[in-house]
Design a protein around this ligand. Structure first.
Ligand code: SAM
Length: 306
């Protein structure tokens, strides 16, 4: 039987778990350092990144991103004492110029500078922030400790040992990772040369979050689509065309066009190893399912194994 846990119960669990660090009513639990390291590694944080931690506690995520990966960024927290502690920790770590902390509500924070968002928040808070996350530039990475974002399934999720974790009996943590998807639903059209003749490929894409459902036609006849993925702005579609064999089209959307390359997907395909430029045009725009009908905010959640 699956256990159910309300947000209130979760808050009590969090607040009760850290009596040695009583920062008041606000639930505060540190992410164990090995989980912090794993989160930043999963998001592939580098010196080019701007990291924003929502509910930054003692600042460990942004401080580690600055110290270990050369990134810049800031954290926000409702608790002024935690913000002061985080700024002191940044000074002690020698990264105060690149890691800053502000007493601010995450819902009143401009997230647009972020290339990476980190969160360890109540599942309900994640869900409330979902529309803010989906409005970020496509390609922005989000990494969460333990909790999901409603029905927006992560691109990657794994469990790891979390020795010393102040909550839960398992001493395990989950790391969940998303890339904010572009909006690519609709009908895309381009031409491929076949025996010296141009032939028309039409690709219909339906989208729900980053998940794509694709059907394709060559000169009006259905051809099998093996795989269609969306990672940020990058569309990748593998299909079988009668005279080319399995081919992969990959490219990035720029307005109503996509620019990239077409390559043979395996050694049996014609022109094996060959890569040629690919461009397509969107002739009909559709809304993604998650844009048309954002699911309602739910008040109760299953306990994510904690
Ligand atoms: C579970 S702790 C995570 C701390 C830190 N990010 C870490 O992983 O070690 C959640 C933090 O979020 C803060 N918080 C909760 N709701 C917030 C909000 N609406 N705006 C800003 N901070 C918030 C709390 O004060 C708490 O410090």
């Amino acid at each position: 039987m699956q256990m159910r846990m309300t947000a209130g119960m979760f808050m009590l669990a969090l607040a009760g778990a850290v009596p040695a660090q009583d920062f008041g009513d606000t639930p505060y639990v540190q992410t164990p350092q090995n989980v912090v390291d794993a989160m930043l590694k999963t998001a592939k944080v580098t010196a080019r990144d701007y990291v924003i931690d929502l509910g930054s506690g003692d600042g460990r995520l942004v401080i580690t991103a600055a110290k270990q990966h050369g990134a810049r960024g800031f954290g926000v927290d409702l608790d002024k004492r935690l913000v002061q502690l985080a700024n002191n920790n940044a000074r002690k770590a020698g990264v105060a110029d690149r890691a800053k902390f502000y007493a601010r509500d995450l819902f009143e924070t401009d997230l647009s500078p972020a290339s990476v968002i980190t969160i360890y928040l109540l599942p309900e808070v994640n869900l409330m922030a979902r529309s803010k996350f989906l409005a970020l530039a496509p390609g922005t990475r989000i990494v969460s400790h333990d909790y999901g974002i409603g029905d927006w399934l992560p691109d990657l999720e794994y469990e790891m040992d979390a020795p010393g974790k102040p909550v839960g009996r398992s001493q395990k943590s989950k790391v969940l990772y998303w890339v904010v998807p572009d909006l690519v639903a609709g009908r895309w059209v381009w031409q491929v040369a076949s025996a010296g003749k141009p032939r028309t490929v039409e690709l219909a894409l339906k989208q729900n979050y980053q998940k794509l459902e694709a059907t394709a036609k060559l000169d009006g006849r259905t051809v099998p689509v093996e795989r269609a993925t969306l990672t940020g702005r990058m569309i990748e579609v593998t299909m079988t065309l009668p005279e080319h064999g399995r081919v992969t089209f990959s490219g990035q959307r720029i307005n109503q066009a996509v620019e990239g390359e077409m390559r043979a997907a395996d050694n049996k395909s014609a022109g094996k190893g060959e890569t040629v430029p690919w461009s397509a045009v969107r002739v009909e725009i559709q809304d993604a399912a998650h844009v048309i009908a954002p699911p309602p905010v739910i008040r109760e959640f299953g306990a994510d194994g904690q």
